[in-house]
Design a protein around this ligand. Structure first.
Ligand code: ZN
Length: 252
């Protein structure tokens, strides 16, 4: 099932579910008990919001060998993790704003895990029970500041630097799907999720041994090779086979 978030006719922000190109409202808690109303509103009549509200956005660095190499880095021995702040979230169709502090803002196409159940010290074997679903992400990065700062908080944390959506798919199989990134229609990144250094189960086990993950928290699973610059006026599309497409324009 595909889960979306949007503003309904009464101006309330609600969750919904998709049946082909129609949306029905969900009443209750999407991570617990809920009821689905009939899907009858055409998706094109709604502005979809980022499909959940994470308390934490945990990201994994250098999780594809070819990407680690292209930036001159070693592949880490254990997952390399960092945060993006919830204030950086935008949704499908929103603008990525280039900050004046950076001269090199880049796209990072990524598969994103959405946590469904409080998770602490989960094993890789049991990780699946804690996954709500998957979505598509763009881990926008000020590459120059990432290099000059050492710490990544500024480079990864600007407003509009965390795009994800347009929906969460609760049935997606992450084992072998093609992740692509196109800028103005030109292919920049393409790899399969099977090329990840640390798989989904290993990542959840590792991260939940550090911090308690809550329902709605996100894990960005790392980006393939081919990261590159975004300029004013660009349109960046991240697509994951079987999951959908996330599209954003870029503005100075
Ligand atoms: Zn990333």
């Amino acid at each position: 099932m595909r889960i979306v978030r949007y503003q309904n006719n009464e101006n309330q922000i609600v969750y919904g579910w998709m049946l082909e190109d129609k949306i029905g409202e969900i009443q209750g808690n999407i991570f617990g008990e809920y009821r689905r109303r009939e899907a009858k509103t055409p998706v094109k009549e709604l502005k979809l919001l980022a499909p959940c509200e994470p308390s934490k956005i945990v990201c994994v660095g250098r999780n594809y060998v070819e990407h680690a190499k292209e930036l001159g880095n070693e592949v880490p021995k254990v997952p390399l993790i960092f945060f993006k702040p919830p204030s950086s979230i935008i949704s499908n169709g929103d603008e990525i704003i280039l900050p004046v502090q950076s001269k090199q803002v880049e796209h990072e196409a990524e598969l994103v895990i959405v946590i469904g159940k409080r998770a602490k010290n989960v094993t890789a074997e049991n990780a699946k029970e804690y996954i709500f679903g998957y979505t598509i992400g763009n881990d926008v990065t000020a590459r120059d500041l990432q290099k000059s700062d050492g710490q990544w908080t500024r480079a990864k944390g600007f407003d509009t630097f965390c795009s994800f959506g347009p929906w969460i798919d609760t049935d997606f199989d992450p084992s072998d799907s093609v992740v692509t990134c196109r800028v103005n229609g030109q292919m920049r990144q393409m790899a399969s999720t099977r090329d990840m250094v640390f798989n989904v189960g290993t990542l959840i086990a590792y991260i939940s041994s550090v911090m308690t993950l809550e329902p709605g928290d996100l894990i960005f699973t790392g980006t393939p090779a081919g990261v590159g610059e975004l300029k004013n006026g660009d349109v960046v599309d991240v697509e994951i086979e079987g999951l959908g497409k996330l599209s954003n324009s870029v503005k100075a």
